[in-house]
Design a binder for this molecule. Sequence first.
Ligand code: AMP
Ligand code: GLY
Length: 428
Amino acid sequence: MNILVLGSGGREHAIAWALNESPKCEKLYVAPGNGGTAGFAENVAGLNAEDGEAVLAFAQERSIDMVVIGPEAPLVAGVADVLRAAGIPVFGPDAQGAQLEGSKTFCKEFMMRHGLPTAEYLSTSDEAAAHAYIDEKGAPIVVKADGLAAGKGVVVAQTVEEAHDAVSSCFDGAFGDAGNTVVVEECLTGPECSMLAFVSAGKAYCMAPSQDHKRAYDGDEGPNTGGMGAYSPVPIVTDEELARMEEVMANAAAATAEEFDHDYRGVLYGGFMLTPAGPKLLEYNARFGDPETQVVLPRLESDLVDVMLAVAEGRPEDIDLKWADKWAVTVVLASAGYPKAYEKGKVITGIDAADALDDVKVYHAGTAMRDGELVTSGGRVLNVTAMGDTFQAARELAYKACDFIQFEGKQNRTDIGLRAINGRSSWE
Ligand code: AMP
Ligand code: GLY
């Protein structure tokens, strides 16, 4: 099969890597790809992944048998719709399903209609109503821009003043059109847990739970980032919570088949908070998580081409998921200054030595080839993933592998997974 993956991050490297392991994968393209995917697939630099017609033209010219869409922007832009209309199997939902991620109001209304557990909220495009709701409910309270804001549109306000400021800045255009409507919601407490599921024809096949680390610095301090590390499964999740999250994902998948013109075919990502009243949804995303994918897919023993094609073709009964009985931890190596301004073009050494360790895989997130040398080209540069028979072993191996890799300004958290080892009480 000829397969095209859209995207350029560590998530797409992990997806492409797993697809390439399949004997069914003959020719693999990644658009635009990165310095890591260049090693085993053909990167397509000039293709605009958000332009459905351009992607379709490329797919037809290269006889592509399946397109896998990594990031949310092409999904929300309707790239899957264009490809599907032309009869090309696509892994990733249509624009309608992607609205679960593209609009927080759409997502909350979907959750309410189907009795999926989530925080109490108000969605409004009337600024005065948002301020009044904050005065009525008090702090802490959460303010979210409705549309896509690259993970920056959420303020967890500890005071009423902070919440009012967040609402004002949304309506003043801080997030462009994404902030014309705001969602103001109840502040939930507890550890966060991501539950990703393959969804097709109304059925959900859950992957193992995983946990991201969104803050830039140790101790969950500093600004929010795209994710500084992750692990899977999550030792602090109880069997009861796991069963409940799986039930919620199954109900959501059934709802997608009921509501959307075409059923939803791709990954549905449930962002949960494990509250004292049980798991509640913070959000749905319409794609794999980054860096969660880098700890979930390495544990998948099934052929990813078979799984994704079954999803894309609406044959959920053919999805067969087998997982390695191992723990996985990934540590993000970032450029100095990330998530604020950072320099690019720093030479990277030591990846081969790290990759050569048993049970270690280094995924590229922001790298490029320059004059035959691998250099940094993004804020998050590499995701160093290790697997182990115990959580501790995986964690130690990931950090050992990180030590092999050098580039000027390398920055990483040193406490990925530490809270999981310290137990549930470290979230209280
Ligand atoms: P989101 O962009 O929806 O993933 O939100 C970003 C982060 O804000 C989440 O990962 C949570 O840490 C936090 N957050 C979002 N909604 C809530 C909520 N209702 N209560 C507490 N924290 C929240
Ligand atoms: N790791 C968070 C996300 O992918 O949205």
